[in-house]
Design a protein around this ligand. Sequence first.
Ligand SMILES: Cc1cc2nc3c(=O)[nH]c(=O)nc-3n(C[C@H](O)[C@H](O)[C@H](O)COP(=O)(O)OP(=O)(O)OC[C@H]3O[C@@H](n4cnc5c(N)ncnc54)[C@H](O)[C@@H]3O)c2cc1C
Length: 553
Amino acid sequence: MTTFDYIIVGAGSAGCVVANRLSEDGAASVLLVEAGALDHSLFIHMPSALSYPMANKKYTWLYESEPEPFMDNRRIHCPRGRVIGGSSSINGMVYVRGHALDYDGWASVSGLEGWSYAHCLPYFRKAETRAQGGDLYRGDAGPLHVSTGACRNPLYRAFIEAGQQAGYPYTADMNGYQQEGLGPMDMTVHKGRRWSTAMAYLRPAWKRKNLTVQIRSLVTRVVFDGHESRRAVGIEVFHRGQLQQLRADKEVILAGGSINSPQLLKLSGVGPVQELQTLGISVTAPLPGVGENLQDHLETYVQFECKQPITLFSALQPLNKLKIGMEWLLFRTGLGATNHFESGGFIRSEPGVRHPDLQYHFLPMAVRYDGKSPATCHGFQAHVGPMRATSRGHVRLRDAKAITPPRILFNYMSTEQDRKEMRAAVRLTREIFQQTAFDAFRGAELSPGASVQSDEAIDAHIRAHAETAYHPAGTCRMGTDEMAVTDALGQVHGVERLRVIDASIMPRVVSGNLNAPTIMMAEKLSDAIRGRVPMLPMTVPVFEHPNYMSEQR
Ligand SMILES: Cc1cc2nc3c(=O)[nH]c(=O)nc-3n(C[C@H](O)[C@H](O)[C@H](O)COP(=O)(O)OP(=O)(O)OC[C@H]3O[C@@H](n4cnc5c(N)ncnc54)[C@H](O)[C@@H]3O)c2cc1C
């Protein structure tokens, strides 16, 4: 049996980081196993093509939720990357870290003290190189290149200006001192190309003699030492039509993401006893929290017609598409070199909310994120939705086979609190679009539509049309209570030498997109695995609205 020191399952946002860091000093032998293939597709690397890879079964686990009971029983699309770079190779490339208080919230849980913002910030900085240069908050020497939208289209600027007219602050850097407010957005795009973790972390490490990358290999279970033992010693992999076993002398690290990591734990006998026994899986370690605590960001699009022909609708015409494609192929510039999410921001839904609970991504086009219903006219839209939903769902096995998609239920909008925030999201967004900055552009409201005004009508619209922002998290959450799955270092409770490092270990989803936080966590836990002294915490000022208790803006 082939033996390594560490085996990492999943070459995604977290897995590529861990593979790079564990192999960088040449001391340990590392195997990175990925179910998907290489990322050899222009549609992955060209930022503006983002809606293609997320809908392509060659690069994506095209999961769907179970019928969602509070969403008119709709099944919600849940794609996850299945390619090197994982979801960072199919995502929207938005670079957002979340709010400092998210991490302080994690650290308020007993046992998780080391996850405060002060402890996380050095690792955000370590990971990053910001094109505009680093500062107290931002990195300038890390593998993950981050650039800022140029906001050339006047609609991007109109959105920011309208925010100010409505009384919200301008924020020059929502990943720095001040998240709250509207401003330009950052993207993981470097020299006009998507900067996935495959580009940032895996490619620079690929040629190291102590790193082996095995693609097109589905890990079917973690292997434990003997029948009664709880010590992980390797994995079972389905590769080229055969099952093989590979051995890890030090640790097995699961980095399969929020859907697949809990699935794999359960397939390995680590999970809720009754669920495992019903499916005939023998229990290695009873752990009731595996697959529970599923959280996500649900969002809706507020869309208006645009009176001027300046939107990206023109870019959809075949000749223009060709021109954009040629410019990108030749120079890596132009509309092909952006994810189009160049302005956006964060606001609070009501007084009393301490830090923003609504996020905006503005787009100078009226279209669905996944490109499913093409734009029919010039328009613009804001994606908006609650950041800290109280609804909880789960990932449960359908059967005992690794190739069977698990049952995923988000329970979106199952609480009155979430519905209330969504109503506020729609109304506050309409108010921004009614500001004078949009007078020259604003036509009719396309969605939800002028007639959708009452609470009941907005609720019905959300049930029928809201979509995910693709941020599942929390299914193997860190903690010390009986429903926690790992400790603060990602080590799975009740077993030895088995860790989870990916978005599933977040105790609570952060207020923002998940790629940057997942990379930060992987950087931090790589240091822990290597036994390195953690980077020194950095205490920095963070903006909080001085009158947040009494004022919404
Ligand atoms: C369509 C979409 C758009 C998004 N947009 C953004 C955005 O704009 N900005 C942002 O910050 N975040 C975004 N996200 C979220 C973010 O990309 C993810 O939260 C993050 O990449 C998750 O990282 P991860 O390491 O947890 O898992 P992943 O990156 O999903 O990696 C898991 C890897 O493990 C592999 N794997 C799983 N199971 C097995 C197995 N059994 N055997 C072998 N390999 C396995 C998978 O194939 C995959 O490569 C988006 C996500 C999606 C899907």
